[in-house]
Design a protein around this ligand. Structure first.
Ligand code: ATP
Length: 422
């Protein structure tokens, strides 16, 4: 472990040193668990720290937060806490616990437990290692299930025969890690996975948990690979029977890859958008608005996400034809695209390769979207125009003139207002 730990960025080493002090003083053994040991051995670059504590995770977190002078979010119900460190580093702290699943696909009954119990409740051997914070670096790795060997052999392996039955979301997780690392699902694990799919267990999972795993899949570097493997292994009937993706969806995903790249390169300073949502909307593309909406609601997407999906589902052939029209005027393009989210705009650009269509969307983003009038309602008031719905109509007319390049500055905008009210 020493050679791996030494390579960590300075800020993480510092955090571990502080955690070691807390562990010593509070006499609570602490471990780095989950993705951390796996990524440490694989030499990953992005770090999320999951610390689990034998004792009281929240007390441990409070102590550590004090030393780091950082904020803390407590989740009392779960005995966990998250440190707010103000940069990309995320640190979650929990208390070791064990889980029992009363029946297939149920929510687990959670109770305090030892480190072993905490590791045993995990999905795959590669995610069930721990790095002891309290011990010296040489003996720090705790690997009860052979995770390190499976990492080296590129194998996804469950910890026990009932793993997928207990929690069928692990089917999605197995695919996610398999595709991310180009690993193989070990033969016995593969048999268990196929059995769980055959029993249609994904259909019994709480939809919100499905949503979380689907989002993670579409956040991976290559969502198309994830989707294809999901279709090969089990299909998407757990989302909807109507979803049977084939070449058109796969092609759309490839096109979305390109458009996301185009958007990020050309508009690096634009507001962040949810790339996963563009893929998800692309997946729902063959469905009707009602069907798409139903799926969003069932999976428990947030209101904001639901709204974005609906706006993607609303993009119909008529809409596309209007944008392909070479004679479309700036104000028409503006009116069509202004109500759309960035996610919908990226999906839209992915739908057609028509050059006029693509140019109209690029023009909207580069020129029209940021266009602001120099005048406001106050100016209309100063010109003696009585406030009312008329204001919006006048300002819209001036904006159209601005988009067309007929007015270019404040003086010309005011002159146009005078002309309109005459
Ligand atoms: P990533 O690199 O995608 O963040 P991760 O392993 O950190 O990978 P998380 O989804 O954040 O993935 O989960 C953290 C850890 O929690 C996992 O490594 C695993 O040990 C455990 N875990 C998460 N989900 C499950 C599950 N459904 N069943 C069992 N263990 C799980």
């Amino acid at each position: 472990m020493k050679e791996y730990l030494e390579k960590l960025p300075q800020e993480i080493k510092y955090l571990i040193v502080l955690a070691r002090r807390v562990s010593k003083e509070t006499k609570m053994p602490a471990y780095l668990v989950g993705g951390f040991p796996r990524d440490l051995i694989l030499g990953a670059k992005d770090w999320d720290l999951d610390i689990t504590v034998e004792g009281n995770g929240i007390k441990f977190a409070e102590n550590l937060a004090k030393r780091l002078n950082s904020g803390l979010i407590r989740h009392e119900r779960f005995g966990t806490a998250t440190l707010i460190l103000g940069h990309r580093l995320k640190v979650d702290i929990a208390t070791t616990r064990k889980e029992i699943y009363p029946f297939n696909a149920s929510l687990p009954v959670v109770s305090p437990g030892s480190l072993r119990g905490d590791l045993l409740r995990r999905d795959f051997t590669i995610n069930a290692m721990a790095v002891s914070i309290s011990k010296g670096a040489d003996q720090a790795l705790i690997d009860i299930f052979g995770g390190k060997e499976d990492l080296a052999a590129g194998k996804i392996r469950v910890l026990h025969d009932l793993s997928f039955k207990d929690d069928p979301t692990r089917i999605l997780r197995a695919i996610r890690f398999q595709q991310r690392y180009n690993f193989k699902i070990e033969p016995k694990t593969f048999r268990f996975l196929k059995e769980a799919i055959k029993l249609d267990l994904l259909n019994k999972v709480n939809p919100h948990r499905l949503r979380d795993e689907l989002v993670l899949m579409f956040k991976e570097e290559n969502p198309l690979k994830q989707l294809k493997q999901l279709c090969v292994l089990g299909g998407l009937s757990f989302i909807s029977n109507k979803l049977q993706p084939g070449k058109p969806t796969y092609d759309l995903f490839k096109s979305v890859d390109k458009e996301i790249l185009w958007f990020r390169q050309n508009f690096p300073s634009h507001r962040q958008f949810d790339a996963w949502l563009v893929y998800f909307a692309a997946l729902l593309r063959p469905l009707t608005l009602v069907q798409g909406n139903k799926i969003s609601q069932r999976l428990g997407l947030s209101k904001e996400e639901e709204k974005k999906i609906v706006s993607c589902c609303k993009i119909n052939q008529r809409f596309i034809r209007r944008l392909k029209n070479k004679q479309a005027k700036p104000e028409q393009i503006f009116a069509l695209l202004k109500p759309l989210s960035y996610e919908a705009i990226i999906l839209l650009r992915s739908i057609s390769q028509d050059s006029t269509f693509k140019k109209h969307i690029a023009d909207f983003l580069m020129i029209y979207k940021g266009m602001r009038l120099c005048i406001s309602g106050d100016d209309l008031h100063s010109l003696g125009i009585l406030p009312g719905p008329r204001y919006q109509k006048i300002l819209n007319k001036v904006l159209v003139a601005r988009l067309n390049g007929r007015v270019k500055n404040r003086q010309e905008e005011l002159a146009l207002v005078r002309k309109i009210v005459k």
